[in-house]
Design a protein around this ligand. Structure first.
Ligand code: HEM
Length: 396
C-alpha cells in the first residue's frame, strides 16, 4: 500500500509487540522524539503522533477517511464498514444521530441515579472487603451491570458483549497469535446481528431496540438497522473498564492526588480527563488517505493507510508540559483520549458519568489506597488496560 519512498523518520518500535502493548508510554516517547510523524518499520505504516498534527488530521475527515474502515487490516475492515465508527458523512451523521440520542448530555441525566446507586453499593462492598483487585473486581462492575442492561441485547447478546468488544478492538490492530480467536468472535457477532430472531429478543426499553426501531422507521432494511447496535456493543465496555482500572492504579500510586480530590470534588471532572489523557484506552486507529496530502514534513499518498496514535498525542510535551506526570489539576483541554472531529466518542458522557459516580463513592469512604502487589497489564492490540491492580482500602 505505502509504496512511495519513506519520507518520515524511521522508528524501530513494533507498535503491536507484547512489550509495547504492556507499556506503550516508552514507545510513545521514542516515536515523539523522532518527530510528529514517523514511519514504523515493523508495521509498515506511517504514524501520526504529534498532538497538533493528529488533531488537524482527525478534523480533516474528507482527506483522512473512516469509511474504508479504521483497522490496519483491510480484510477486517470489510467486516466492519458501515458502522458509525467505520463510515464517513453523510452516512455517518445519519447513523450517529440515531445512536447518540440516549447518550446525549440531556438524556444521560436520566440514568445518573441508577448508576450512582450501583456505584454506592459497589463501593460499600469493596470497602468491607478491604483488599480487592481494582482492575478485575471493581473496574468491570458498572459497565457489566448497568451498561449491559441499558443496551439490552437479551441474554445471549449480554453474555457475549464483552468478548465481541474485545475481539473488535483486537482486530483494529495486529493481534498476532490471538487473531483466530478474535476472528471467530467477530464472526459470531456478525451472525448475531444477521439473525432475524435477534430483533425479537432485544429488551423492550433498551437502547439497541430503540436504535433498530428508529433505523427501520428511517427506511433501513431490518438487517441494516440491526447493525446500529454495533455502536453500543464494540466500544462501550473495555474502554471504560480500562479507564477505571487506570484511575485506581494512579490514585493508589499517587496518594497526594487522591487526597487533593477528596478535599475538592470540583476537581473530579478534570481528574477523569487526566486519567483518560495519561493512559489513553484506545491507543490508535487508522485512517484511509483519500488524496495526496502532507502532514508536517511527510507526504502521504492517495490510497495509503495511516495510524492515528491517540495515546502518543496525549503525551506530546508541546501540548502537555511534563506529559508523563499524573496531575489532576493540569490543563487537560484538547486531549484526544475521546477522539476529535466528527468521530469524537459517542459514549463519552456515559463513560464520564460512570467514573464520576464510582470515584465519588470511593472518595466518600476511603482515605487512601495502597498497592499490595504487582500491577499486571492486559493484552489487546488496541485497548491499553490493566488486568490486575491489587489494593487495600485504608479508611480513617
Ligand atoms: C473511557 C471510555 C471511552 C474512551 C476512552 C473512548 C474513546 C473513543 C475514541 C478515541 C473514539 C474516536 C475514534 C476515531 O476517531 O476513530 C471513540 C469513538 C466512539 N465511541 Fe468511544 N470511548 C469510550 C467510551 C465509549 C462508550 C461507553 C461508548 C458507547 C456507549 C462509546 C462509543 C463510541 C462510538 C460509537 C464511537 C464512534 C463515533 C463516531 O464515529 O462518530 N465509547 N471513542
Amino acid at each position: 500500500m505505502n509504496d512511495a519512498p519513506i519520507n518520515a523518520p524511521a522508528c524501530d518500535i513494533d507498535f503491536y509487540s507484547s512489550a509495547t502493548i504492556a507499556d506503550p508510554a516508552a514507545a510513545y516517547a521514542s516515536m515523539l522524539s523522532l518527530g510528529p510523524v514517523v514511519w514504523l518499520n515493523s508495521n509498515n505504516l506511517y504514524a501520526v503522533c504529534g498532538h497538533a498534527e493528529l488533531v488537524s488530521s482527525l478534523r480533516n475527515h474528507e482527506v483522512f477517511r473512516s469509511g474504508k474502515g479504521v483497522s490496519i487490516d483491510d480484510s477486517v475492515n470489510k467486516m466492519l464498514i458501515g458502522s458509525t465508527l467505520n463510515s464517513d458523512p453523510p452516512q455517518h451523521d445519519a447513523t450517529r444521530k440515531i445512536t447518540f440520542n440516549p447518550l446525549s448530555p440531556k438524556q444521560i441525566r436520566y440514568v445518573r441515579d441508577q448508576i450512582n446507586s450501583q456505584a454506592q453499593q459497589l463501593a460499600d462492598e469493596m470497602v468491607s472487603k478491604k483488599q480487592f483487585d481494582a482492575a478485575a473486581e471493581l473496574a468491570p462492575h458498572l459497565p457489566l451491570t448497568i451498561v449491559r442492561d441499558l443496551v439490552g441485547l437479551g441474554d445471549y447478546g449480554k453474555d457475549n458483549m464483552l468478548s465481541w468488544g474485545a475481539a473488535t478492538f483486537e482486530l483494529m490492530g495486529d493481534p498476532g497469535e490471538r487473531r483466530t480467536t478474535a476472528i471467530n468472535n467477530l464472526k459470531n457477532l456478525r451472525r448475531f446481528l444477521e439473525d432475524p430472531a435477534t430483533l425479537d429478543n432485544l429488551s423492550a426499553d433498551g437502547w439497541a431496540r430503540r436504535a433498530t426501531r428508529l433505523g427501520i422507521e428511517s427506511g433501513m432494511e431490518p438487517a441494516r438497522a440491526a447493525e446500529l447496535m454495533r455502536d453500543y456493543i464494540a466500544p462501550s465496555l473495555d474502554t471504560t473498564i480500562s479507564a477505571i482500572g487506570f484511575g485506581m492504579m494512579l490514585f493508589a500510586s499517587h496518594p497526594e492526588q487522591w487526597a487533593k480530590l477528596r478535599d475538592n470534588r470540583e476537581l473530579m471532572k478534570n481528574a477523569i480527563e487526566e486519567i483518560v489523557r495519561l493512559n489513553t484506552p484506545i491507543r490508535a486507529f487508522t485512517r484511509y488517505v483519500s488524496q495526496d496530502t502532507q502532514v508536517a514534513d511527510t507526504h502521504f499518498e492517495k490510497d495509503s493507510r495511516v495510524l492515528m496514535v491517540f495515546g502518543a498525542a496525549n503525551r506530546d510535551a508541546r501540548k502537555f508540559p511534563n506529559p508523563d506526570a499524573f496531575d489532576i489539576e493540569r490543563k487537560t483541554i484538547g486531549h484526544v483520549g475521546f477522539g476529535q472531529g466528527v468521530h469524537a466518542c459517542l459514549g463519552m458522557n456515559l463513560a464520564r458519568l460512570e467514573m464520576d459516580c464510582l470515584f465519588n463513592a470511593l472518595a466518600d469512604r476511603v482515605e487512601r489506597f495502597e498497592l499490595t502487589g504487582p500491577v499486571v497489564p492486559g493484552v489487546n492490540s488496541t485497548i491499553y488496560s490493566l488486568a490486575s491492580v491489587p489494593v487495600v482500602a485504608i479508611t480513617s
